[in-house]
Design a protein. Structure first.
Length: 539
């Protein structure tokens, strides 16, 4: 039986962070604020910096604040999440792979999004992180942190009802988080009573920031004057809410408590509804300077820009919580800021080149995302790491950095990368990254299990497809040499050496699927004709 995750090296690691932090106090170094910014559908190459993508920045999108974050912190080039929104959020909140009982979210909606003519039938699944799961927010709140959620949630309010929404999942404050996947409306609207509000099911707490743009606002935040009197954009309202929350916290009775924040934007998920002034700017730029990287969607570029401006506002708020221009109250050195995306860029909205395919697939374009972490004085500036990170790794990493005890009743599947954050040169022999997907996501993904593992200094991916019932239908790629997954090593004449690698990866994948540990029960599709479940990946 697998023991719950534990961190025997926490004291030594924290001592190292204290030394690295220099002038930061011991209290600040051992109990940092954590602000986790998660964008929605932003691809690996959807940044104007090449720090997170092996030097493949966009020539059209503008993300100067994310570039600043990378210069002031550490950029990761091999960060993996799930191929679409809900399963990534479930993994982040629970610290568990989908087959674990505290998660159970494999896909958005259902596992039968392939129509009635596909050969297999997907099993039932969760849409919510179960109420019995101890979320990362609950772990931090129990440790004395003030917890807040901003923006998209998506993994509560379905079969679990109110018991799985943010307020019941460890977040003391919730600005906007509900069950919706797509951004409701995009802009605030005037109600019959004359008040401004955002469309349901966004929580009413966000409505306090729904008033239209006024002269003071556009002057303060650099918004075009043409927006005065126009409805507030959802992305800007979330930034307003964060600034208000931080100012009240730092001046309030609980100012001595650190904060744990999820700032999970709806941007850049479709439908693409950017702020009008930014859309105009990028339409003009598109005509003057067409993209050569496939990033030619001006509305998408505008939404990326607004997202980046929001990141800048978060960083400025940490520098000056009360917004009075005096940074003597800065909490930046006491705050770990992490930025990532919940899946790869959506097909049709952006290009993920040089990665293959897009959101919804288990190719690199669907699951590899940008990741940046900054903690001034603790994380070395301008550093990079190519260690593999998976969504399940964030939960144990945050706990280890903050010295928070992991839940005793819950297995965590992730592997902390806290030591890597302190030193990019740290050798982190991470066990393989796994995926199990027992259903269909339209034409983008069919029932499959996937492993990404390093063997003899090379990184390989094997995708085992269940519909064929034969291991010969697997795909295998050497990601170290072929990041674009252009050459399936199992096609054509296959060498003995390649077959040996396939056997090794399939064996590891089978062992992972068939493990006997707490709460582990992977589900499999059934054959449509016979009604029998297919067996797990095998040789």
């Amino acid at each position: 039986m697998k023991e719950p995750f534990h961190c025997p090296a926490i004291p030594a690691l924290l001592a190292a962070f204290v030394v690295a932090a220099g002038s930061a106090s011991a209290k600040d170094a051992t109990r940092p604020n954590i602000v986790f910014i998660l964008s929605d559908d932003q691809g690996w190459a959807d940044l104007s910096t090449g720090a997170t993508n092996f030097g493949h920045p966009s020539d059209f999108y503008e993300t100067p604040n994310l570039a600043r974050l990378a210069k002031e912190g550490m950029a990761f080039t091999s960060a993996y999440v799930q191929p679409n929104c809900a399963p990534t959020r479930a993994a982040l909140l629970s610290g568990q792979y989908a087959p674990r009982s505290g998660n159970g979210v494999y896909n958005v909606g259902s596992l039968n999004r392939g129509g009635k003519n596909v050969p297999l039938i997907g099993p039932p699944q969760n849409e919510d992180v179960p109420a019995k799961s101890t979320t990362v927010a609950e772990a931090f709140r129990a440790a004395g942190y003030v917890t807040a959620h901003f923006g998209k949630y998506h993994v509560g309010g379905h079969e679990g009802g109110k018991s799985t929404l943010p307020e019941a999942a460890g977040f003391e404050f919730n600005f906007g988080g509900g069950k919706a996947g797509s951004p409701p409306g995009g802009y605030a609207a005037r109600k019959l009573d004359g008040k401004w509000a955002f469309m349901q099911p966004l929580t009413p707490a966000l409505d306090a920031f729904a008033a239209p743009y006024d002269e003071a606002y556009v002057r303060k935040h650099g918004v075009s004057p043409e927006m005065i009197g126009k409805p507030k954009h959802l992305t800007d309202a979330l930034a307003d809410a964060f600034e208000s929350f931080l100012a009240k916290h730092e001046s309030g009775a609980e100012a001595d408590k650190p904060i744990y924040v999820h700032f999970w934007t709806h941007a850049v998920h479709g439908p693409i509804r950017p702020r009008a002034d930014l859309a105009k700017t990028f339409e003009e730029r598109k005509r003057a300077h067409p993209s050569k990287t496939g990033h030619d969607n001006a509305k998408y570029a505008a939404l990326i820009s607004d997202l980046d401006l929001t990141v800048g506002r978060i960083l400025r708020a940490l520098d000056d919580p009360d917004g009075d221009g005096d940074t003597s109250d800065s909490i930046a050195s006491e705050t770990l800021v992490v930025f990532a995306s919940d899946n790869g860029g959506a097909g049709g909205a952006t290009s993920n080149r040089p990665l293959r395919r897009a959101k919804g697939t288990f190719y690199e374009g669907g699951i590899r995302v940008p990741l940046i972490a900054r903690w001034p004085g603790a994380i070395p500036k301008g550093t990079h790491s190519d260690t593999m990170i998976h969504a399940v790794d964030f939960y144990p990493t945050f706990l280890e950095i903050a010295g928070v005890e992991p839940p005793k009743s819950q297995v965590l599947d992730g592997v902390s990368f806290a030591k890597v954050l302190r030193s990019a040169g740290t050798v982190r022999n991470r066990k393989p990254v796994f995926y199990h997907f027992p259903g269909y996501l339209d034409n983008r993904a069919d029932p499959s299990s996937t492993i990404i593992a390093e063997l003899d200094g090379q990184r390989y991916k094997l995708i085992y497809h269940y519909a064929s019932g034969a291991p010969e239908a697997s795909e295998m790629y050497n990601l170290s040499k072929d990041i674009g997954e252009t050459s399936n090593l199992l096609e054509g004449d296959v060498s003995k050496e390649t077959r040996a690698i396939q056997r090794s990866l399939t064996g590891k994948l089978h062992a992972w699927l068939e493990q006997d540990t707490d709460g582990w029960h992977p589900v499999y599709p059934k054959d449509r004709k016979t009604g029998k479940p297919v067996p797990p990946a095998h040789l």
